[in-house]
Design a protein around this ligand. Structure first.
Ligand code: PA5
Length: 358
């Protein structure tokens, strides 16, 4: 049987703003992000030492902080704080570097926390395509990583995350291994070729995952660290691209609460699909936790999908696993007759809030 996901005409008529094309271009976006990092205006803070970094941002932009923190937290000797709030934590002071990340540059939580950072005399490194955050850069002479405009924030993650990550490495705030970058880029290049629209549904793993989910609710279980951030990203992409309810949790914390919740409401949860990342390099303890958990809860789900995590370095693992979820969520949208791009409810909400500022 031919899949609607192989009907390129149908895809084109549904995906009017070409979210799938943006996903297919992820490798090129990462390459472009490397160039953006090279030309970023960071002279003002080069060579400076900071006692911590705070990465501000919400939603699609906020994920930049999640992934950077999970990639570097075992190696850096200063705190890396992710702030998704109007409020900058009290311990962030003028010895910290604050990175407001807002694709539009107009997200009010990010602007509020940025204003507090300015008030406390923190150094700023802003990541945006424009808006009020860019105005702040110009007004106060702050550093800027400028990314191209015209995307949905979640579709610009390659720009937002990778350019920020590389700039932090240039500043010697984090250490980035060249081999890891090469490995990650090579893997993503291969995956882009394997997941693109003209690879048939029977051979295309991203389409296969979308078909396995079908019209059921995806629950994603990650593992504390990079695979926790990635589980969260999968959930967000199923929400925003596919317009599906979706939930996530992480090992080992879920073994202390979530595992028990798969007890009642089986008539509902039997329509859920559990997606679990399988990392061969996970510790024996984590492997036993996953195995035992799946044995205990499998009958509560329609099915369990185990996703093999590929790559050696954390960066390759994080990007390749994330990318699979990103593009699968677009295929899931298309499979269900949904245009992946619009996020009308977010637009309505932002418009309501803007009325308060008038
Ligand atoms: O995907 C989206 O549109 C949202 O999650 C936005 O990223 C979020 O509202 C924040 O906006 P911005 O990324 O422009 O700061």
């Amino acid at each position: 049987m031919t899949s609607i996901l192989d009907d390129l005409k149908e895809i084109k008529s549904l995906d009017t703003e070409d979210m799938l094309g943006i996903e297919e271009n992820f490798y090129n976006q990462l390459m472009e992000a490397s160039r953006i990092a090279e030309v970023a205006d960071i002279a003002k803070i080069k060579g400076r030492k900071f006692s911590g970094i705070a990465i501000l941002g919400m939603g699609g932009s906020g994920f930049t902080g999640d992934i950077i923190k999970s990639l570097v937290m075992d190696e850096v000797d200063i705190p890396v704080e992710v702030v998704k709030s109007y409020q900058l934590p009290g311990f962030v002071n003028k010895t910290w570097l604050v990175l407001p990340v807002s694709y539009s540059g107009n997200t009010e939580e990010t602007i509020s926390a940025t204003s507090q950072a300015l008030g406390r005399g923190c150094e700023l490194l802003c990541v945006t395509s424009g808006g009020k955050i860019e105005e702040i850069v110009r007004k106060y002479g702050k550093c800027l990583i400028k990314v191209p405009s015209g995307f949905q924030p979640r579709g610009a993650l390659g720009y937002l995350f990778f350019s920020t990550y590389l700039v932090l490495a240039n500043l010697k705030i984090i250490k980035v291994n060249k081999d890891d970058i090469e490995e990650a880029l090579d893997l993503i290049k291969k995956k882009c070729a394997l997941y693109k629209r003209d690879v048939q549904a029977s051979k295309n793993y991203a389409k296969i995952i979308a078909a396995e989910i079908g019209d059921r609710l995806p629950v994603i279980y990650g593992i504390s660290g990079i695979l926790s951030s990635v589980a969260y990203r999968w959930k967000c992409e199923f929400n925003e691209n596919s317009k599906f309810p979706s939930f996530w949790d992480e090992f080992s914390e879920l073994n202390h609460n979530g595992i028990v919740g798969w007890g009642k409401l089986k008539e509902i949860t039997s329509k859920f699909v559990l997606i679990v990342f399988k990392d061969d390099a996970a510790s024996d303890k984590i492997k036993v936790r996953i195995e035992t958990t799946l044995r205990l809860i499998k009958d509560n789900f329609y099915k369990i999908i185990e996703i093999p995590v590929e790559g050696k370095s954390k960066l390759a693992k994080a990007l390749s696993t994330m990318y699979l979820g990103d593009i699968a969520s677009v295929y899931l949208a298309l499979l269900n007759g949904v245009n992946p791009t619009p996020v009308d409810k977010i637009v309505v909400l932002k418009a309501e809030l803007a009325k308060l500022d008038k």
